[in-house]
Design a protein around this ligand. Structure first.
Ligand code: ZN
Length: 160
């Protein structure tokens, strides 16, 4: 586990509203590539740029079908509800049940610089909401049912 680069709870960057990316350039591509590596090294399902100290509206995710990125993501549709256990690479060792939308539609720019519209449900929808929250300075503990928050001895399996 390599958490050296992960910003943890208490750092102000996690509470700031991240800035829009104005141009999809080499710098953004390099940021995405770096975030892919950090996410993989930490076995994350997702990682938002503020979690490595970069206050930009970028997140990466991998729920089992490859690494992808979304730049300037926007939630355009929501439906249903799901409640599942979440953790966060920035709050190591803590888990809790978080209510989320079951289905979401998200628009943004992908890792290739293309405009995309993605309909997601279940786990992917949850990862999208968790990562987009990071871009607005919101953490899962803000949304978790406080009675369900618990410290787990081992690394969270689904840390984001
Ligand atoms: Zn997180």
């Amino acid at each position: 586990m390599n958490t050296d680069e992960i910003v943890t709870y208490g750092d102000g960057v996690l509470r700031a509203r991240a800035e829009e990316v104005t141009e999809f350039n080499e710098e953004v591509k390099a940021l995405i590539e770096h975030m892919f590596e950090v996410m993989a090294a930490n076995h994350g399902l997702g990682l938002a740029a503020p979690q490595i100290g970069v206050s930009k509206r970028v997140f990466v995710y991998d729920v089992g079908d490859g690494r992808h990125a979304l730049v300037n993501p926007r939630l355009t549709k929501t439906a249903g509800e799901q409640v599942e256990v979440e953790g966060c690479l920035s709050i190591p060792g803590l888990q809790g049940q978080v209510p989320r939308y079951e289905r979401v539609t998200v628009t943004g720019i992908n890792e290739e610089g293309r405009k995309v519209k993605i309909r997601a449900e279940g786990l992917l929808a949850r990862v999208f909401q968790h990562e987009m929250d990071h871009l607005d300075g919101t953490l899962f503990v803000d949304r978790a049912d406080p009675d369900t928050l618990e410290i787990v001895a081992t690394e969270a399996e689904e840390a984001q």
